[in-house]
Design a binder for this molecule. Structure first.
Ligand SMILES: [Zn+2]
Length: 95
């Protein structure tokens, strides 16, 4: 995830999912400085690489949206459906 150009190093954004993605951090004299730069800019260390703040924001938004859709989905169906069949099954077993 480290870019190298003319003996200068920059950390590359891992995801680049945002249209406003910075693509990479500032070019520095060493890899360490490049990492320090993104740390200072509050980029997120994913363990495999670095994610710039704009991309991280977008990822988090997508996660929240997905979670919301998941929660909303069962409500579209008749919420009683599953309960009733479970109840009937239970009654059958008891009888
Ligand atoms: Zn990015």
């Amino acid at each position: 995830m480290i870019l190298q150009k003319n003996d200068q190093y920059a950390v590359e954004c891992q995801t680049k999912v945002s249209q406003r993605c910075l693509q990479n951090g500032e070019y520095c004299d060493s890899e360490e400085d490049a990492v320090l730069w993104v740390e200072y800019e509050c980029w997120i260390n994913s363990g495999e690489g670095w994610i710039c703040t704009t991309c991280h924001e977008k990822i988090m938004n997508n996660l929240v949206k997905k979670r919301y859709q998941k929660e909303a989905e069962p409500k579209k169906r008749d919420p009683d459906d599953g309960l009733n069949s479970d109840l009937e099954k239970g009654i059958d077993t008891v009888l």
